[in-house]
Design a protein around this ligand. Structure first.
Ligand code: ASP
Length: 419
């Protein structure tokens, strides 16, 4: 009996995650329709269906802070960033990410995908979205009261401030020790590397449970509210795809006017990297292919290729930033809440930080999204609804993340080809 269960589990494990989620959705729709026809009798069961989803979201929220902290420390300790080019890289990353977020917010404001369906907020509307944009308190808030507080409060801006401070210091210490022929830094580098790998492995366990969460949330939603919310999700997918497409056009324009590389060559030479990003949903896993494409197929200098593809890929996640900002706006729309312009500015800021902290692995954007939601007082339980479409949108935004890295490399290589 145990053996058959184990065998079944093993064969389930071999089904690709995307297919597992599709199966979960189909089964959930059937169950939800059956339960919905007698929702009064099944109220208890229907409400309990959401438990796995809540547990998974709690686990994602809990992992967000260590994941961001370790991803940033790991990047600072292991990446090779030369001074002047490093500053140019930082400016390029910041402008591209800001443009991505504005494109996302623009599309979400114009198309209003959330208005295609309605969900009831979990508490009264007045209790939600209490935070408004106050630049002075935001500046005062950057420095945490204690080192551990941002980790406990899930405060993304304070967390990144801390991570950057420690990252810069550790990097400086490492350089100093290398120049003095000392090796003490290797201990801390080793610890951070192994902890980072451990957090990613735990994240993989959680991701393996996502089909169960999707099953519960879809069955509950269908049973209680029918298919109306899914209409909104369809509109959301289209809106995100449009925004990502506009971001890709922006990249091509930047390359056309800021680099010797022709936009066509970028697309042709980088196609393999873009496809790999789409199929793995991991920009980190794609890194070697991106680097190779920039170097061999597009013909950039090694320094530009490595800065964009190897360093940039750690911090540069424009697709993720765009997606997080759009998701916040979408959920606010579905709940019938209005995010004012100042509140959307908070979304812009936290999305920049959250995308910097998102590791280049599948579903990392979903993890850091909890921090964006918390920053404007949006209920994070609605991220569950996005879990149902994230397996697909993750692939698309990862391709844009990789295209962003390639664009930065082309721009760093300059307007004239140097050999
Ligand atoms: N999967 C994305 C990447 O690897 C990150 C994300 O989830 O947004 O770049």
């Amino acid at each position: 009996m145990r053996k058959t269960a184990l065998k079944k589990y093993k064969s389930w494990k071999h089904i690709p995650l995307a297919l597992q989620i599709v199966i979960a959705i189909i089964l959930a729709v059937i169950l939800g329709t059956l339960l919905g026809s007698q929702s009064a009798n099944n109220a208890d069961l229907i409400n309990h269906l959401v438990i796995p989803c809540n547990l998974i979201l709690k686990a994602l929220r809990a992992l967000a802070t260590p994941l961001i902290m370790l991803a940033i420390l790991h990047s600072f300790l292991t990446a090779d960033i030369p001074g002047k080019a490093g500053r140019r890289l930082a400016v390029l990353l910041l402008t591209n990410t800001t443009v991505a977020i504005f494109i996302g917010l623009f599309v979400a404001n114009v198309l209003q995908p959330g208005s295609w369906g309605r969900l009831a907020p979990p508490v009264s509307k007045e209790a939600l979205i209490t935070k408004t944009f106050d630049p002075w308190s935001l500046i005062q808030d950057i420095v945490p009261d204690s080192v551990l507080k941002p980790l406990v409060d899930n405060n993304v801006i304070q967390l990144i401030f801390l991570a950057l401070a420690f990252g810069i210091v550790l990097r400086g210490l490492k350089a100093q020790q290398i120049s003095e022929d000392k090796t003490d830094y290797q201990v801390i580098e080793g610890v951070i590397t192994i902890l980072f790998a451990a957090v990613i492995r735990i994240l993989h366990w959680i991701i393996a449970l996502v089909p169960l969460a999707v099953f519960g949330i879809v069955a509950k939603t269908v049973a209680l509210q029918g298919f109306a919310p899914f209409k909104a999700l369809g509109a959301f997918i289209l809106a995100v795809l449009l925004a990502l497409f506009l971001q890709a056009c922006y990249y091509l324009l930047r390359v056309k006017f800021g680099s010797w590389v022709k936009p066509k060559s970028l697309l042709r030479g980088g196609s393999e990297a873009l496809l790999t990003a789409f199929s793995t949903a991991s920009s980190t896993a794609t890194t070697p292919i991106t680097f190779e494409a920039l170097l061999k197929k597009i013909g950039l200098r090694e320094s530009s290729a490595s800065l964009g593809a190897l360093v940039g890929s750690n911090f540069n996640n424009d697709g993720t930033a765009l997606y997080e900002a759009m998701s916040a706006l979408f959920i606010a729309q579905v709940l019938g809440l209005h995010l004012s312009l100042p509140q959307q500015l908070i979304v812009v800021l936290t999305s920049i930080f959250a995308s910097v902290g998102a590791a280049g692995i599948p579903e990392a954007g979903l993890v850091t999204m909890t921090l964006v939601f918390t920053s404007v007082g949006l209920p994070t339980e609605y991220i569950a609804l996005l879990v149902t479409v994230d397996w697909f949108l993750d692939r698309c935004r990862t391709a844009i993340n990789v295209m962003g890295d390639m664009t930065v490399s082309c721009l760093l290589d300059g307007k004239h080809r140097k050999v």
